[in-house]
Design a protein around this ligand. Structure first.
Ligand code: URA
Length: 260
């Protein structure tokens, strides 16, 4: 019997449910004849630029979306101001992941993260850093728009966490930028963004840089606006420095090419 079948049988017999990420990796291994056995090696095999790796990432992307679309773990998917789930966007081999709070009105309409005013500002920040938005992964803590764009509550965040966890476990990014209090508290509960921004958090093997949410920048004026902009600029640069330190080729992977 193949080792994966033995593992599946063991977990079924013990009535232990395999985590969704593990099931997906086994599925991927079967589907794409990946010879590796351990999860890290399977993930490594899909990071490259070859056709095989690209196809397996496309498959994973679709499976992550299917899993999200089937999600009914909290009532937000029934809320009247919600029209669709908003999955993360970008390559699943991105060394950098940006995490926001949750979809707003524009994101809900378009089914894409960070496409409203805050998203435009985020894209501008990335452009100024010569980072191509299409080359990094951008997602949110929750995937359904809450009524009146209110902050998601703890129950909703916990219920939705399997979606973000699935994305992160497939991407295994080197660095995460947490945009605002909601993603910060996801990784470090009970923290204040005012106190923690700009300070590294290491959690579950990720280097996480908390910074202000772009919507917060948009609400500032005068001297505070200047201060907040500098803080965010500093935090993004700090995150990129760490990324280069951990993975020297990262910046060339996520930058605009000179020709572009
Ligand atoms: N704010 C967020 O936190 N996420 C989005 O996708 C858009 C706005």
């Amino acid at each position: 019997m193949a080792i994966e079948d033995e593992i599946k049988q063991f977990f079924a017999a013990e009535e232990i449910h395999l985590p969704e990420s593990m099931k997906l990796l086994i599925e991927l291994k079967d589907k794409f004849n990946i010879p590796e056995f351990d999860a890290d090696a399977i993930l490594q095999s899909i990071k490259g630029d070859g056709e095989h790796a690209k196809k397996s990432r496309m498959y994973l992307r679709n499976r992550i979306r299917e899993s999200l679309n089937a999600c009914q773990r909290c009532p937000l998917y029934l809320s009247e101001t919600h029209t669709q789930k908003v999955p993360g966007e970008g390559p699943l081999n991105s060394p950098l992941v940006l995490i926001g709070e949750g979809p707003g009105l524009d994101e809900d309409k378009q089914g894409r993260p960070f496409v409203g005013r805050a998203g435009q500002l985020l894209t501008t920040i990335l452009d100024k850093l010569n980072i191509s938005r299409e080359k990094i992964y951008i997602t949110n803590v929750i995937k359904c728009r809450p009524p009146q764009n209110r902050t998601p509550n703890k129950k909703e965040i916990t219920a939705c966490s399997h979606n973000l966890e699935l994305e992160l476990s497939m991407i295994s990014p080197k660095v995460i930028i947490a945009l605002g209090a909601v993603p910060l508290n996801y990784f470090k509960p009970g923290s204040s963004i005012m106190r923690e921004r700009g300070r590294w958090i290491t959690s579950r093997g990720y280097w996480i840089m908390p910074t202000f949410h772009p919507a917060y920048i948009l609400r500032q004026q005068g001297k505070t606006l200047v201060k907040v902009k500098w803080a965010v600029w500093h935090d993004f640069n700090n995150a990129l420095e760490k990324l280069t330190e951990l993975y020297p080729e990262a910046i060339s992977k996520i930058s605009y090419n000179e020709k572009e």
